[in-house]
Design a protein around this ligand. Structure first.
Ligand code: F6R
Length: 247
């Protein structure tokens, strides 16, 4: 794994944006897998700036998000559809038909999961996938115990994930307990992966991912088996490992 060690959240965000910007403008990546959560917010700000400043045309770029909460409609303020609109899509001119997320309100979720897998295949697969990491080592919403060959499916969120995500919901509002997520098998088929991580609450998971046994108990460890992963992590997220001994 290629590790880019940066000082702090701001530098991680800038470097992460530059990574995606280079993928897009070089023409290497036409299908970009996107993540939500707190970590990529700064990256999206920098990416918007870079794309606008350089007047990059995005007509033939597609985005494919990792996940969506079950039960939240596309216009619910806490849905990942809204997150993507608020943090990225409203500022860049990627055609709306090219922005793909699983639906959180499908009438038939088995069919919705198959549709999402088919869509990724029809696009020719994901060229570059952006990932965050959960403090419990999850990637997308593949919680500990998720199969390494899993495809897009409905999952129950771990109690610690529901707790971590509750910070985005109003007091008294129910935090969804299920999501549709790309599977680990789906993610591993991405040609290139860039993971961003910031903060000491991620340090144990980052250490396990880089140095631990590859096991479904810590989903992110599967990335040790992917040939093209770049981790951009700040000093706090890397505080439990000696990077020199890993690279
Ligand atoms: C988001 C996602 C999750 C997050 C992870 C970290 O689409 O798939 O795996 O990347 O939960 O979330 P934050 O960045 O909020 O710490």
């Amino acid at each position: 794994m290629n590790i880019i060690q940066v000082q702090d959240y701001e530098e991680m965000s800038e470097q992460g944006a530059e990574f995606l910007f280079q993928e897009i403008t070089s023409g290497r990546s036409k299908v970009i897998g996107l993540a939500t959560g707190g970590t990529p917010v700064g990256l999206y700000k920098h990416l918007i700036d870079k794309l606008k400043t350089n007047e990059v045309l995005l007509a033939d770029v597609h985005t494919v998000n990792l996940d969506e909460y079950i039960g939240l409609s596309d216009d619910h303020p806490n849905s990942y559809h809204q997150y993507m609109f608020q943090n990225l899509f409203q500022f860049i001119d990627i055609p709306s038909a090219n922005r793909h997320l699983p639906s959180g309100t499908a009438t038939d979720f088995s069919e919705e999961c198959r549709r999402y897998e088919r869509l990724i295949q029809q696009l020719g697969g994901v060229d570059t996938q952006l990932l965050g990491i959960g403090a419990n080592g999850h990637i997308a919403f593949n919680e500990p115990g998720s199969p390494f060959d899993g495809r897009t499916r409905v999952v129950d969120l771990a109690a610690e994930t529901i707790e971590a995500n509750s910070r985005y919901f109003a007091e008294g509002e129910t935090v969804p307990s299920q999501a549709v997520t790309m599977g680990i098998g789906t993610i591993m088929e991405s040609r290139r992966i860039v993971m961003i991580a910031s903060g000491k609450e991620k340090a144990a998971a980052v250490k396990e991912m880089l140095t631990g046994e590859v096991t479904e108990n810590c989903p992110a460890t599967v990335l040790q088996k992917h040939g093209d992963v770049t981790l951009i992590a700040d000093a706090e997220a890397l505080s439990e490992i000696d990077v020199k001994n890993i690279q």
